[in-house]
Write a protein that binds this ligand. Structure first.
Ligand code: AMP
Ligand code: MG
Length: 401
């Protein structure tokens, strides 16, 4: 039996970055840039007006009034000179004529029959966005490893990029095991239960940025399991659920070995999710998660998610930890570290948390009612008012209405 830390270390050694692919810019959202990117040009490309207003040469200003010699909307350029002492009406984004250096906003002038009169003085260079003021030509703007968010998409678009080099998303094969399982939508005969694990785990893969591919349900039979598992090997990683414990019909470990896979470990000292095997089969990481719905999801969260993120080139692969005050006592009477599902709340700027109740690994409500995991060492008691570290599974509770 390995510890959580040992299991993570063994798994991360196998979580190799996937090849770099050129991806259409918009599809790269959430992916990781695989190369440095320099700006091909100055942005903005030329000095331009930050306001709808009037442009003029500040030194030629005599008094507060100026005649207006023309109109310059965005997208056009002025080639004729602006006569000294005159202004040109200019719209936001229009390039400042070379013989002007200052813009006064429309709101700050009075329009007269002779032109404009400034309501107050004007400072040289005001309301002008300078060439290269955002990024300069050849400036190193993004280094390899940058996470692409909407703002990075916008910046890359302004560089004229239509495709970007990113680490590929892992294709993840998902296989359930168990004679008792039927798929959602199928008839639920007595004794049968719905295969919820494949869906919850596929959702976790999607949330991590991977591409889940469903491979159905393997019956509790060595050959049937082997046949389906063989098909899963086309993926970059394989996740199975169930059949990895010590029951009479738990064939997954046996099949892995029969397929020549290298079993790295098959038990982790944690609760829920002790029967969790990790193997490398035909060069592919295979995560054999437990069958119990909570154990499968917690196993994914602890071990599969960080591995998938690393395969996609992410540097930050562990969820944020926050310090939270416990509002109800919690204890771990078991001989294994317990990952308690908890509900974290933000109250007066502080995190509070309490357990989601019955922590049975078959009780999926212990996860649906919660938003964080808290690791309680074996034999430990946490009293009301104590502070613990909580791993936040989602941060939607911090959003405002
Ligand atoms: P096992 O490890 O195969 O003995 O499964 C442990 C428990 O998890 C049993 O009660 C199974 O019925 C349940 N289980 C196994 N696979 C799934 C699944 N895909 N969806 C929901 N429950 C499952
Ligand atoms: Mg089973």
């Amino acid at each position: 039996m390995v510890t959580i830390e040992e299991a993570r270390r063994i798994i991360m050694l196998q979580a190799k970055r996937l090849p770099v692919v050129s991806t259409p810019l918009l599809d790269s959202l959430g992916m990781v840039l695989a190369e440095d990117v320099r700006s091909p040009w100055d942005i903005p490309a030329a000095d331009n007006s930050a306001m709808d207003g009037y442009a003029f040469f500040h030194d030629s200003l005599q008094g507060f009034s100026l005649p207006v010699c023309g109109f310059l909307p965005a997208g056009t350029i002025r080639t004729e000179a602006i006569p000294p002492g005159q202004a040109i009406k200019i719209m936001t984004g229009a390039i400042i004529p070379s013989d002007c250096d200052t813009v006064v906003p429309i709101e700050d002038v009075l329009v007269t029959s002779a032109g404009i009169t400034l309501k107050t003085g004007s400072k040289r260079g005001s309301h002008v966005r300078k060439r290269g003021g955002d990024v300069g030509a050849d400036e190193l703007v993004f280094t390899a490893g940058t996470l692409i968010r909407p703002q990075e998409v916008g910046m890359l678009a302004s560089f004229g990029c239509t495709e970007v080099p990113v680490y590929r998303k892992p294709v993840v094969a998902i296989l359930a095991t168990g004679d008792e399982l039927v798929e959602p939508g199928e008839k639920r005969l007595p004794g049968k239960i719905i295969n919820s694990n494949s869906l919850s785990v596929a959702a976790q893969v999607l949330e991590a940025g991977g591409i889940p591919v469903m491979h159905g349900i393997a019956r509790d039979d060595l050959e049937a399991t082997r046949e389906l598992l063989q098909k899963c090997l086309a993926a970059d990683a394989i996740i199975t659920s169930g059949g990895v414990s010590v029951g009479d019909h738990d064939y997954v470990k046996e099949v892995i070995e029969a397929m020549g896979g290298e079993l790295k470990f098959w038990k982790i000292n944690m609760k829920p999710g002790k029967p969790l095997a990790f193997a490398v089969v035909a060069g592919k990481p295979l995560f054999a998660l437990p069958g119990n719905p909570v154990a499968a999801m917690v196993g994914f969260e602890m071990f599969v998610r960080p591995a998938l993120l690393a395969m996609m080139g992410h540097a930050r692969i562990i969820r944020p930890l926050v310090r939270a005050v416990v509002t109800e006592p919690m204890c771990n009477n078991s001989c294994r570290p317990h990952l308690i599902r908890t509900q974290v709340e933000l109250k007066d700027g502080k995190y509070n948390l309490k357990s989601t109740g019955d922590q049975s690994s078959a009780r999926l409500s212990s996860l649906t009612l919660g938003n964080a995991l808290v690791l309680i060492p074996s034999g430990a008691t946490i009293n009301e008012g104590d502070e613990v570290s909580a791993s936040l599974l989602d941060r939607s509770f911090e959003m405002l209405e």
